[in-house]
Design a protein around this ligand. Structure first.
Ligand SMILES: C[S@@+](CC[C@H](N)C(=O)[O-])C[C@H]1O[C@@H](n2cnc3c(N)ncnc32)[C@H](O)[C@@H]1O
Length: 263
């Protein structure tokens, strides 16, 4: 692992350490109330992931960088044996409260996903899921993809859903309604630099104590290449428009979902 990757990881680990618990309580509410909503309709919590995930019943699922645990608790409510791997203590606290209140079992491994203890790399997960705000945490994608491969059982699936680089690297947008919304193509799609950015939960805190993260944004070609080079067989790459408001940013790819199988 190179020096740049180590620096990125340690500053990002510091930013995510514990403040996130307060942010989730402020944004979503205390865990028991959220757990009740997930329990009532776990499929709604999974949103567009429902289709690619299939039926979670009886399957062993790893949620890499699964944050506050909502997706993992939802798949556990649908019968999966779920494990989250994430290095944030604040996230773990919220996720375990959520699981307890939802009455499901959740294993939360507090660790850096590119340095998991050997005993965790069991090669028997049916599904490895990572979604929304994942790849930009790495200045080299190969250690992350190696973790995915080593967790998966032969025939198991990797599901990666993340922000689309056309939106994150190329286009900048202004205006909060469809009517006044304007876009500019002023980014550099091929930029490889690390950029310092406020951690995603900072906006929910009532003070400015959150620390920034260092992010590296990847092109779609770099992502697919990293998956293929890890020996995973790409079965689907779906580019998605804005799914939360159809007229808003029409024609611009916002997210992508990649499904790959370990042969
Ligand atoms: C934006 S969140 C991912 C979104 C999440 N799936 C959700 O639904 O909210 C990014 C997560 O990655 C975790 N993270 C970042 N780098 C990591 C690393 N190297 N190892 C483990 N966790 C990491 C953070 O703690 C955080 O929970």
């Amino acid at each position: 692992m190179d020096e740049e990757q180590k620096i990125t990881e340690s500053s990002n680990a510091e930013a995510w350490k514990d403040k996130s618990y307060d942010a989730w309580v402020l944004k979503y509410g205390p865990a028991p109330a959220v757990a009740k909503r997930i329990r009532q309709n776990p499929a709604r919590t999974l949103g567009v992931l429902r289709e690619v995930l299939g039926d979670p019943q009886g399957r062993k699922m790893a949620n890499l960088m699964g944050s506050h645990g909502m997706k993992a608790v939802a798949v556990a409510c649908l019968g999966a044996q779920a494990t989250v791997f994430d290095f944030s203590e604040g996230n773990r606290r919220y996720a375990l409260e959520l699981a307890e209140a939802a009455g499901v079992s959740l294993r939360y491994v507090l660790a850096d996903v590119v340095r998991l203890p050997q005993k965790e790399l069991t090669g028997d997960y049916d599904v490895v899921l990572a979604e929304m705000g994942i790849l930009h945490y790495f200045s080299d994608l190969s250690p992350f993809m190696a973790t995915v491969r080593e967790l998966l059982s032969p025939g198991g699936h990797f599901i990666l859903r993340d922000f689309h680089p056309v939106t994150t690297k190329l286009i900048s947008s202004k205006g909060s309604t469809a009517k006044v919304r304007k876009h500019k193509v002023d980014g550099d799609y091929f930029d490889t630099s690390l950029t310092q950015t406020p951690v995603s939960f900072a906006k929910y805190l009532q003070d400015d104590t959150a620390k920034p993260v260092l992010l590296r944004k990847w092109t779609l070609g770099e992502v697919v290449t990293a998956v293929a080079q890890a020996g995973l067989h790409v079965e689907m790459l779906l580019e998605e428009p804005n799914l939360s408001g159809e007229a808003f940013d029409k024609g611009i790819p916002k997210t992508f979902t990649l499904v790959a199988r370990k042969l």
